[in-house]
Ligand binder design. Structure first.
Ligand code: 5RP
Length: 292
C-alpha cells in the first residue's frame, strides 16, 4: 500500500505563478501541443528557424542536388532546425534518430507536366501523427487556376491541425497572372493567415517585404527560390530577417550550392546570429575550403 502523503507545506503563497507568453507572433492562444511542436521548428532562444526544404521531388522528381538524399542531404541535416519533405523521403531515407523538426508536405497531385495548382490533400492526419511531425505544409495558389481548391485544402488541414495540435504551414505559390510583388504577397499571406494558417512561407521581394511581414499576423518564413550566387542568397536572407521574417525555408540555394554544408552554416549564422551578408559569406568561404 502506498504511503499516505503528509500534506505539503511549501505552497509559495506570496510568489505569483509566472504567466509566460509565447515567443512566436500570433501563437499565444494556441494549445500546449501546438506550441511544443512549434518549439521544434523555431529556436525558442532566437525565435527563428532554418528550415531545409527538400520536398521538390513531389512534383518534379529527382531535382538537381536531391538525386541521392541519403548522400547529399542526410550528412548536413543536423545543421537545419527543421527538414521540410515528403513522407516517402522521410520513411525511406531520413534516420529516425534525426533530432530536428519535421515539416511534412501534405498537398500534391499534379506533376510539372500539368497544371500545378490542381492539388489535393495528400496525407492522412493519422499518418502525420504516426510520423510524429512538427507541422504540415500545404501549397496555396492565390490567383491560380485552382485557387479555391487549394484554399480549401488549407482550411481542411487547419481544421485537422487544430484538432490534433499540429501547426499548418501555408506555402504561397505564385499564380499564373499575378506579379511577384509586395502587393501580391500581402494579399496571399494575409489570406492564408486569415483562414487559419499557423505560419506562412513566402518569397522575398526587395521592394516592400516589410509590409508583407507586418500585415501577416503569424510568422513568415522566406522561401529561397531559384539558385543565385551565395553572396546574393545571403544578402536576401539578411534583408528578409531584418524586415520581419522569422527564418527561412530554403532549398536550392543550399543543396545546389558548391558547398551545401558551408552554405547552410552561413545561412544559420545570418538567421540566428545576425551576421552581415559579407561576414556570412566569409564564413562560407572558410568552411568551403575546410570541406566540412
Ligand atoms: C516547393 C516548395 C519548396 O519547398 C520551396 O520552393 C523551397 O525551396 P526553394 O528554396 O528551392 O525555393 O515549397 O513547392
Amino acid at each position: 500500500m502506498p504511503e499516505v502523503d503528509q500534506e505539503g507545506k511549501d505552497y509559495g503563497i506570496n510568489i505569483p505563478v509566472k504567466t509566460e507568453g509565447f515567443f512566436l507572433k500570433g501563437a499565444s492562444a494556441l494549445d500546449w501541443g501546438m506550441k511544443n511542436r512549434f518549439s521544434r521548428i523555431f529556436n525558442p532562444k532566437t525565435g527563428r528557424t532554418v528550415m531545409l526544404a527538400i520536398d521538390h521531388g513531389y512534383f518534379q522528381g529527382p531535382t538537381t542536388g536531391l538525386e541521392r538524399i541519403d548522400l547529399n542531404i542526410v550528412p548536413i541535416a543536423h545543421y537545419a532546425d527543421t527538414l521540410m519533405l515528403t513522407r516517402g523521403i522521410l520513411r525511406t531515407t531520413i534516420p529516425p534518430t534525426y533530432q530536428g523538426g519535421i515539416v511534412l508536405r501534405a498537398s500534391g497531385g499534379p506533376s510539372i507536366l500539368k497544371e500545378l495548382s490542381n492539388e489535393q490533400i495528400a496525407v492522412d492526419i493519422e499518418d502525420a501523427i504516426r510520423l510524429n511531425v512538427s507541422a504540415l505544409a500545404v501549397q496555396v495558389f492565390i490567383g491560380g487556376e485552382y485557387e479555391t481548391q487549394s484554399v480549401h485544402n488549407l482550411t481542411r488541414l487547419v481544421d485537422m491541425g487544430n484538432r490534433y495540435g499540429i501547426p499548418i504551414l501555408a506555402v504561397t505559390a505564385v499564380g499564373k497572372d499575378m506579379a511577384r510583388d509586395a502587393r501580391y504577397f500581402r494579399l496571399a499571406c494575409r489570406i492564408c493567415a486569415e483562414l487559419g494558417a499557423h505560419y506562412v512561407k513566402t518569397y522575398y521581394v526587395p521592394d516592400g517585404f516589410a509590409t508583407v511581414a507586418a500585415s501577416c499576423p503569424v510568422p513568415l518564413v522566406m522561401a529561397g527560390g531559384k539558385k543565385i550566387p551565395e553572396l546574393e542568397a545571403l544578402k536576401m536572407t539578411y534583408n528578409a530577417i531584418q524586415e520581419g521574417a522569422a527564418g527561412v525555408d530554403m532549398g536550392r540555394n543550399i543543396f545546389q550550392s558548391e558547398s551545401p554544408a558551408a552554405m547552410i552554416q552561413a545561412v544559420r549564422a545570418v538567421v540566428h546570429e545576425n551576421l552581415s551578408p559579407q561576414e556570412a559569406y566569409e564564413l562560407f568561404l572558410q568552411l568551403k575550403h575546410q570541406k566540412t
